[in-house]
Write a protein that binds this ligand. Structure first.
Ligand SMILES: [Zn+2]
Length: 470
């Protein structure tokens, strides 16, 4: 039996997850994510997989984030006809993500063509794939629930365990049984955290031989998820008093639903008065529908608080979903108190911008950031509490209050990841391979894990193959 592991994406970086487990010459691809970055670099990395589609035996998808599923339509377009295994919720979320990506690419192509025409240049860029390819990819996804092992190849079985990262997220536990020998490989996908609302905590798994582990926050510690509640309540109460507004740029998937869930919970428990909430992003609205149809992914708390009482955690009187741009713009004139949750994009694009234009000079408005804001983005400038910011080419005085909650991260920090590792049976463990992290975070994490007794921990590098059999 010959098993080798190598990476085609997310080695010493945090995007474009693509890992290959080669078992007796047959290739199993774990995740097929898009590389996100500048257009030229992303294009170069995304158009070339590094493996021919017809060499792949099966694809395993850990969760529906773009950097894990975003290139599946290109893979099927290039001729991959086999199965893509994922949990049912991941199938739905990745469909939404892939269709959205196809749409964005089509729009980009129109825009770039116009720009090129203006400059008299020839236009050569084409989208990686279109909606049709995204539908083909979705059609190849075979839904497997958590803890329902299936054979995905000769002597190769796959079982999903909860990763606690986003709805449907899973760790892939791959068991290879051949010639009387058994090798167990655990791919963490993105490892989540204990105590996140809605979804379950990262699960315990049977004793693995090898762990392919993400390391995004290998050098950081987060606030506790529970800390988010307290701060949200404080901001909500203040906003009710001043009849102001809360603007929250938030990821459409998971973060928006967590916010809705927390607000609903706090209103239900009498912690805050009822405030109208508007989810102002078509993507977030669609994602919330997906959350509603996957109660099999919910944790105990949501059952206790809502399901047991026949309540829909993502639907209550005060919650509204805007559809048209007109409805979105009408919110500007709507009196407070009011909460607007709009698509993130680090405030650089989308509906959040016109909300900012209308409210950033109002001291009764609170702009609450709950996610990563890259340098040189409007979101970062606001988070840094700059007193003047430029939106749509116009300068505005920032009088709105700015608040920040760090507790929403979907990735385990180094202590959380180590605590989860510590809960596993390590009697068979031979090696931990670190992927999906910046080099600095990975080096720190490797050092920390070695201190914890995981002597054989390696940082996966491109072009290197790691043997998983003697
Ligand atoms: Zn993820």
């Amino acid at each position: 039996m010959d098993i080798n592991f190598y990476s085609l994406g997310a080695a010493e970086e945090v995007t474009g997850s693509k890992h290959v487990i080669e078992i007796d010459g047959k290739s199993y691809l774990v995740d097929c994510g898009a590389f996100q970055g500048s257009r030229s670099e992303a294009d170069r990395k995304n158009r070339n997989f590094g493996i021919a589609a017809d060499r792949i035996e099966a694809v395993v998808l850990t969760h529906g984030h773009h950097d894990h599923c975003g290139l599946l339509p290109l893979l099927t377009k290039q001729g991959y006809q086999g199965n893509i295994y994922a949990t049912p919720a991941t199938r739905d979320i990745s469909n939404l993500i892939m269709m959205d990506s196809a749409n964005i690419q089509a729009r980009d192509a129109v825009y770039l063509r116009k720009q090129a025409a203006k400059k008299g240049e020839t236009f050569t860029w084409t989208p990686l794939y279109d909606e049709k390819d995204a539908i083909t990819a979705t059609n190849q996804i075979v839904g497997i629930s958590y803890k329902r092992p299936v054979f995905i190849g000769d002597g190769v079985s796959l079982e999903f365990y909860d990763a606690g990262h986003i709805l449907g997220s899973a760790m892939a536990f791959i068991t290879v049984k051949k010639q009387g020998k058994e090798t167990r490989i655990l791919c963490s996908g993105d490892l989540g955290r204990k105590g996140k609302p809605i979804i379950r905590d990262p699960e315990q798994v049977p004793a693995p031989d090898y762990i392919v582990l993400e390391s995004t926050y290998g050098d950081r510690l987060h606030e506790r998820p529970e800390d988010a509640l307290e701060k949200l309540a404080e901001i909500a109460r203040r906003t009710v008093q001043t009849k102001g507004k809360i603007l929250i740029p938030a990821f459409a998937i998971e973060r928006t639903q967590e916010l809705v869930y927390y607000f609903h919970l706090m209103v239900d428990q009498g912690i805050i008065p009822e405030i109208p909430i508007y989810v102002d992003s078509p993507m977030a609205t669609n994602a919330t529908t997906i959350f509603q149809v996957h109660p099999e992914c919910y944790d105990e708390t949501i059952h206790e608080a809502f399901i047991k009482h026949h309540k829909n955690p993502f639907g209550f009187n005060a919650l509204h979903f805007t559809t048209s741009v007109g409805e979105s713009k009408a919110l500007n004139e709507h009196p407070g108190p009011l909460i607007i949750i709009s698509a993130d994009g680090m405030c650089e694009a989308g509906r959040i911008q016109h909300h900012l234009i209308h409210h950033i000079e109002d001291p009764n408005t609170t702009i609450l950031t709950v996610g990563y804001m890259a340098e040189h983005t409007l979101g970062r400038r606001i988070r840094n509490k700059e007193t003047e910011v430029k939106i749509h080419g116009q300068w505005f005085k920032r009088k709105a209050q700015v608040e920040e909650i760090h507790a929403f991260s979907a990735h385990a920090d180094y202590a959380e990841a180590a605590a989860w590792l510590g809960s596993l049976d390590r009697s068979r463990l031979k090696q931990i391979l670190l992927v999906h992290g910046e080099p600095k975070a990975q080096r720190a994490f490797k050092g920390y894990l070695r201190e914890q007794g995981y002597a054989d921990t390696e940082i996966v590098q491109y072009g290197k193959t790691y043997a998983m059999s003697e």
